[in-house]
Design a protein around this ligand. Structure first.
Ligand SMILES: [Ca+2]
Ligand SMILES: [Ca+2]
Length: 196
């Protein structure tokens, strides 16, 4: 059996699985215009539970009258709880613009694999990135290939004298099942044996 004929069915299965995740209904995880300002307390972020599909989080940061940032401007702390069997494969910027002032090169997003942050220092986060409207995926900058089951805390803030509106999109898909991976491995082993 040719290697191509072994891999093609497995790739088809994986594509169908991916397409299923892409096609799943998305949802608004948090919209500050409707749900209110996200927590400004690093020790108690707003907790939300992720579901399958494309999930959006939108709001404003900076000098909008709320607090929590390292300079007293608005910061937004959010913890996404990922149930078993799901993973976040990308975090993209869907919208980013300033309604007041100049945020400079972008705004700060810190990440920690935990339910909350222990402080507002670099030792309190696992990764960070300055994001703006030209970011298709923040995960590589955070040095996270994907986010798996469990708690994921995000810290979003703008400390320049400005107000920024942002919208982030979290792509949540089913994690590859053990059965699928074992099936894929079996196909490969079977095919390699037949080639001998
Ligand atoms: Ca906010
Ligand atoms: Ca806030």
């Amino acid at each position: 059996m040719h290697l191509k004929s072994i891999i093609a069915p497995a790739v088809t299965v994986l594509c169908l699985l991916w397409a299923g995740g892409q096609g799943a209904r998305g949802a608004v995880l948090w919209n500050e215009a409707v749900d209110g300002d996200l927590s400004g307390e690093f020790s108690s972020p707003q907790v939300v539970v992720a579901t399958l599909g494309e999930l959006t989080v939108s709001g404003t940061i900076g000098r909008n009258g709320n607090s929590g940032a390292t300079d007293g401007s608005d910061a937004d702390y959010l913890t996404i709880m990922l149930p078993e069997g799901l993973e976040i494969v990308s975090v993209s910027v869907q919208g980013y613009f300033s309604t007041e002032g100049n945020p400079g090169g972008g705004s700060f997003l810190g990440y920690r694999e935990a339910a909350s942050f222990g402080g507002q220092g670099f030792s309190d986060i696992d990764g960070w990135v300055i994001f703006s409207d030209d970011f298709p995926d923040l995960l590589p900058a955070l040095e996270q290939p994907f986010l798996g089951e469990g708690d994921h805390a995000f810290w979003i803030q703008e400390t320049n004298p400005s107000i920024v509106e942002y919208s982030l999109s979290f792509q949540v898909v089913p994690e590859p099942s053990l059965g699928l991976l074992m099936g894929f491995a079996s196909l490969l082993i079977l095919g390699l044996r037949k080639r001998r």
